[in-house]
Design a protein around this ligand. Sequence first.
Ligand SMILES: [Zn+2]
Length: 473
Amino acid sequence: MKSFLTLLTAALALAGCASSSPRADAEKNLAIIGTTVVQPEKDAAHAAMPDATVLIRGDRIVAVGPSATTKVPDGATRIDGRGRWLIPGMIDGHVHFFQSGNLYTRPDVADFNAVMPYAKEVARNQTRLPATFKVWLASGVTSVIDVGGPFWNFQVRDAANNSAAAPRVATTGPLISMVSREKLDLGDPPIVKVESADAARALVARELPYKPDFIKVWFVREPNDDLAKKEAIVKATGDAAHAAHIRLAVHATELDTAKAALRAGADYLVHSVFDDPIDDEFIALLRKNHALLSPTLFVTNGYRWALSNQWQATPEEMRLADPQILAAMHDLERMPKDKIPPRAAKLMAEHKPPPPPTVSLQNLKKLHDAGIPIVMGTDAGNIGTLHGPSVFREMALEHEAGLTPLEVLRTATTNGARAFGNADLGAIAPGKLADLVLLDADPLADVKNLSRAERVIKGGVVYDPKALIDSIR
Ligand SMILES: [Zn+2]
């Protein structure tokens, strides 16, 4: 995959992203005047500051105060914020750039190689990255954490950092896994099985030179597992990560594996527990580790909706998703019957709506009430969970679980910044990075309003969501 970065650089140039370089704007002044500033880290009585003005110089916020007393410097670019709400740029704590969200992106789950060779799908995902970056920004998401992919994930992070229209990207390398997924191995596999503590340490050592933001373990349970043996491998991985001052992120979706992951030192659980109601022991383990948790409430049903050919784009997805992906979401309708993988054929024949994620929703409420920091994360890239606007499906489910709109916003900003590991993100205050979203409706009245971005600002550079999407059509 050596040529990948060259390819991507060429694609970025073709996409015309370089029209406004963030560096060129370094000392420019920008003012958002007369807006309601939303500060999600504050309590409900103080989170909204009406008629406020925010001053930005270069890529940082330099002042936030009442419009009456906040002087706008001469020559500043002015944005009229009246009748609008300004929130911190949102953060998705769980995405995968090697996956597209379409039917062809996980042959280990549903093998469509007879219709679309997996190598072709991955090559498409690589060349399409400039567009994928833009759908994130257009959705008001200014930072994402990629929690697992091939080694070329690190080049994705570099490409995003060097692009004028991309979210900030934190990333892990390949998943250090308890199971193998041969169908995803094109020579630089996203999932690598380890069978011993030594093998785990060796894989961590291979990832360290790339400066991963997390080391990620895929703690997938199989029948007749020796759980204690696997916990020891996870602990060896965590110890090696921590020795290098890198946090350990773990996929563990059963109560027993999730507890084992925490005993082994997990700092970030990238899913909730899906199988059983959580208990006090689990909460105590999370507290002991000061661990963060991303519930990923939609992703499981995303697969079921898409593979049963019942997936429907939401209005936000119609407006903000990658049009190329949207156009392929109903390919099952056009596919010869003998090429449809058995799993999809079965789901199509059943034609039932998937069950609501009741256990996950109840677990989220319990975790939230216990004060565990919840991080909004979609697992975007998986089949049916599209990059960008799937955040609005996820946040609607967080609200359905019982979080208020302010609490939902906190998961996508204040807590997302903790997961990202950058204290300059996720808040509107002097000194913070100028990553902001200007909404034309009140996000504290209805979580749906989080999708109503008129302008998205990243590092002080202003983007029009509609123009971003029009540029990738
Ligand atoms: Zn994931």
